[in-house]
Design a protein around this ligand. Structure first.
Ligand SMILES: [Mn+2]
Length: 268
């Protein structure tokens, strides 16, 4: 599919929670005039603690750079987990532009403010240590989630996010998300925009808040989602929870080669 624009964020390359193979498949099947990377693409926090960089994560980077070389406008808006990229605002790497924030105008003239969103997250701003503790617990849940889904694949079932399920069960998380969404909408209005596109909280969403359009492109560790703008200016959330043409895996031994061949196919 060829879109006017695609937004993805919270890929967290460099962590075992990152669902790189699903993202590779998404990148292979989808093109855009403008491709926005809305932060937390590479997880510098976790890479500092322990180095984890499998081939599939490298392939994601290569695939994005290749898109940029072949004429897609790739715009990188760093987040808090890749905040070290924030020193490069205004610069370009390969053909990828690094910016603090950017305004996207849709086909029907709507102005959308594009930013990661952590700057407006109360927990992040006032207690960084709390965010770190949360991060460790969160990594653990993602770890469980990954094995859980490997089992589901083996049983021929579709991807299902344990961490998203747990989050939705927690009342505090719900009010936290609602607060965040309202703050982002308010900030977009202050900037004279019609809406906002952000990431950060790993919850894909398109909805109107106080007359403003709130869009969140989700993530690639839990929900496997992207936000897209169609040629007619319609905004949609794409859930990429199946790897297309994925062979039916019958035993654990088959799993590795299956994924390997998928990667090879994706990097051609
Ligand atoms: Mn973030």
């Amino acid at each position: 599919m060829h879109y006017k624009a695609i937004w993805i964020s919270d890929v967290h390359l460099g962590t075992s929670g990152c669902q790189a193979n699903y993202l590779l498949d998404f990148l292979k099947h989808n093109e855009a005039d403008k491709f926005y990377l809305v932060g937390d693409i590479i997880d510098g926090w976790r890479l500092k603690k322990s180095f984890y960089w499998p081939q599939s994560h490298n392939d994601v980077v290569q695939k994005l750079l290749r898109k940029a070389r072949k004429g897609t406008e790739v715009i990188y808006v760093p987040g808090n987990h890749d905040e070290s990229a924030r020193q490069f605002f205004g610069l370009s790497f390969g053909d990828v532009k690094v910016v603090e924030e950017v305004i996207h105008t849709t086909a029907n003239g709507k102005r959308l403010w594009v930013t990661h969103g952590d700057q407006f997250d109360g927990v992040m701003q006032y207690a960084k240590w709390l965010a770190y503790v949360g991060d460790t617990l969160y990594s653990f849940i993602l770890h469980v989630n990954r094995y859980f889904n490997m089992l589901r694949v083996k049983m021929g079932l579709q991807y299902w996010s344990l961490s998203q399920y747990l989050k939705h069960q927690v009342k505090n998380a719900v009010s936290y998300i609602a607060d965040f969404e309202h703050i982002m909408a308010r900030e977009a209005r202050l900037r004279g925009c019609d809406g906002v596109v952000c990431g950060h909280i790993h919850k894909a969403e398109i909805r109107e808040i106080d007359g403003l359009l709130y869009c969140n492109d989700g993530d690639w560790v839990e929900s496997l989602t992207a936000l897209v703008e169609t040629q007619t200016g319609e905004l949609k959330i794409i859930h990429w929870t199946q790897i297309k043409g994925e062979p039916i895996v019958t035993s654990a031994a088959d799993l590795e080669p299956a994924i390997q061949s998928l990667i090879e196919e994706a990097t051609l």
